[in-house]
Design a protein around this ligand. Structure first.
Ligand SMILES: [Zn+2]
Length: 114
């Protein structure tokens, strides 16, 4: 089973929360498969939290601006939550400009503006 829990939250340009999702090792989606193929990782077909959240958010709003990624270990501690290349591709395609993830070394949330 999962060693960690990954949750992604998507916000619009007015910083309003739109949708969230968690990683899921049972479901896939064509958008996940497309992004995985594009970055040369075609076996990564199971939905990552970031992509699941983007798919949900796109059904609600066209204005996707920011994604926050939170990864928790079994003991509830925050772990590095930098998006993988597949998710980076999906984030770019969705037009999301700001990525927030946690860096365990600095114990801080990293802000990446595109
Ligand atoms: Zn990913």
């Amino acid at each position: 089973m999962c060693k960690f829990q990954l949750t992604a939250h998507v916000y619009d340009s007015k910083d309003r929360f739109i949708a969230k999702a968690q990683n899921n090792y049972l479901k896939s989606h064509p958008f996940q498969a497309d992004c995985a193929a594009k970055v040369g990782m075609p076996d990564k077909i199971f939905l990552h939290a970031e992509i699941a959240a983007i798919i949900k958010a796109q059904k609600i709003s066209k204005d996707l601006s920011k994604i926050r990624i939170i990864r928790l270990g079994k003991d509830g501690s925050k772990l590095l939550s930098k998006p993988c290349p597949v998710c980076m591709e999906a984030i770019k395609l969705a037009g999301i400009q700001v990525i927030l993830y946690f860096d365990k070394n600095t114990e801080q949330e990293i802000y990446v503006g595109q």
